[in-house]
Design a protein around this ligand. Structure first.
Ligand SMILES: [Zn+2]
Length: 252
């Protein structure tokens, strides 16, 4: 096996005198560990590549017995100096990385995670993003991208578009909206359901179609933000089995 692929470096550790292990995320392989033998000494093969948050084009192969992956060389594409030198931005980036790690992403789902993380780093690098929005917008967007694409703008039972009326509920299990007419007609949502306003439905729809670059200038009514983020956490907990607790993601 010899391959060349773009990767985001998530973590780097050193062992023995000059060897490194590197935790990588690539669009086709997901998250995996690889070894860079002589990596901390080689100025030529890995210039600037073996630092967390680096975006690198790596050439890698397997060892003789095929039991682990060895990095042969790398070309640095970007190392996000603006994120790296700002503790707040570093914290936001690490928060997003921890979430991707906690999902235990399948290689077939790796591309959206890789692309979203990369776009988020570029947005932070350009000076955007704050802690009120980035962490939960990232979780929301990734959960929606991974195939759980709720339709927030029409009733999942009768199909009518969401209007300014009140009385909507959102069923977390099926990612389905139900309107007041359907609910009062005795068609309840299955499982966990929450009342939801039109404003929150529109906010969630916006998040679903947004790009990280849009998050830099997002403005959201305080109450809409509170309710939207609560619903996102319920959705993530149910579909990805994770909740944020005390600085780490826990399986729920
Ligand atoms: Zn309906």
């Amino acid at each position: 096996m010899n391959a060349t692929e773009k990767a985001l470096v998530l973590k780097v550790g050193r062992f023995r005198e000059s060897d490194c292990w590197v935790k990588l995320l690539t669009p086709t392989r997901g998250i995996f560990n690889a070894f860079a033998f002589g990596g901390s000494r080689s100025r030529r093969r890995f210039v600037g590549c073996l630092d967390p948050l680096s975006h690198v084009l790596f050439t890698f192969g397997a060892n003789k017995t095929g039991t682990y992956i060895v990095l042969a060389e790398g070309s640095l594409l970007h190392n996000f100096p603006g994120v790296r030198t700002d503790p707040v931005k570093t914290g936001l980036a690490v928060n997003c990385i921890k979430f991707v790690e906690a999902i235990e992403i399948d290689p077939s789902d790796a591309r959206p995670a890789y692309e979203l993380l990369l776009e988020t780093l570029y947005m932070l690098e350009k000076g955007g993003g704050n802690s009120d929005f980035v962490p939960w917008l990232f979780r929301a967007k990734l959960a929606f991208e991974m195939g759980y694409k709720p339709d927030f703008l029409s009733c999942g039972i009768c199909g009518k578009s969401v209007t300014v009326q009140s009385g909507y509920q959102f069923g977390v299990e099926k990612g389905q909206v139900a309107c007041q007419t359907c609910l009062s007609g005795g068609k309840p949502l299955e499982g966990l359901a929450r009342p939801i306003s039109t404003g929150v439905l529109r906010a969630l729809d916006w998040i679903q179609s947004s790009q990280p670059a849009d998050w830099a200038k997002v403005v959201m009514d305080r109450e809409v933000r509170r309710q939207s983020s609560q619903l996102v956490e319920l959705f993530v907990a149910y579909h990805l089995g994770l909740s944020w607790d005390n600085g780490m993601y826990k399986k729920v």
